[in-house]
Design a protein. Structure first.
Length: 238
């Protein structure tokens, strides 16, 4: 696949949740999206090869207050909610079909669609933001909360068996690599995973398999990286 010819042939168009569902299986978060504000799809011919889903913002995000200098603080709940909804949209999912990864398409999808939303702030919270910081390359600013000790220990355990942070964005590949480990390393990582899961209630009893690997990787940064982009062409609505 020739990079230049492929990227020139890809266009970004308004999409719908049907586009997202075609690619949802490739995203590390298994939770279904039930509501959305906008969808944009990347098309290579008639094929959907990428998708970004914008959602409504959450009410309370600690790092949003840091990033905005407390702009949304000190208000009653109804006023704060109204102000947030009028000014912010959130990036809920960005998915690129695996054959088309490594071409910078995720960066392009974020960078080109944020202005199209018509809001003063675009934000995102990425569980795997430390692993694949494409939001920053698209022009967003990152705010990082401290990583819980259990996540640090789990990352170190993966590293000790030869699985580095940059690989953790691909749960299926991580699961395959764990399966190919020698007996001693498999026992070690299994012990570490079971200890890690003790902090997650009923999920501590998830049976070994691809879904457990996906769950572990989705929790590795308990407090996600927060990203924000300010649209300088749009004034806040108060």
């Amino acid at each position: 696949m020739h990079r230049c010819s492929v990227t020139r042939s890809i266009e970004i168009v308004p999409g719908d949740m049907g586009d997202y569902r075609k690619l949802a299986c490739y995203h590390y978060r298994s939770r279904e999206l039930t509501a959305y504000a906008a969808v944009f799809a990347m098309r290579f011919g008639k094929e959907t090869v990428g998708v970004i889903v914008y959602t409504m913002p959450s009410m309370g995000l600690e790092l949003r207050n840091v990033a905005t200098g407390g702009f949304f603080c000190g208000l009653d709940r109804a006023t704060r909610l109204s102000l947030i909804n009028r000014n912010i949209r959130c990036i809920g999912r960005v998915v690129i079909e695996p054959r088309f990864r490594g071409l910078g398409l995720a960066v392009r999808l974020v960078r080109e669609t944020m202005p199209k939303m018509g809001f003063g702030i675009i934000e995102a919270a990425a569980v795997m933001g430390l692993v694949n910081p494409f939001f920053e390359r698209a022009g967003m600013t990152a705010y990082r909360a401290p990583m819980p000790a259990r996540c640090v220990r789990m990352l170190e355990a993966f590293s000790l068996v030869g699985i580095e942070e940059k690989e953790l964005a691909e749960p299926q590949e991580v699961h395959r690599k764990v399966g190919r480990l020698g007996e001693e390393q498999r026992c070690f990582i299994e012990h570490q995973i079971r200890g890690f899961l003790q902090s997650y209630g009923k999920s501590r009893n998830i049976k070994p398999g691809p879904e457990r690997t996906r769950f572990v990787l989705s929790k590795l940064t308990e407090r996600p990286v927060y990203y924000i982009w300010f649209n300088k062409q749009i004034a806040f609505s108060v």
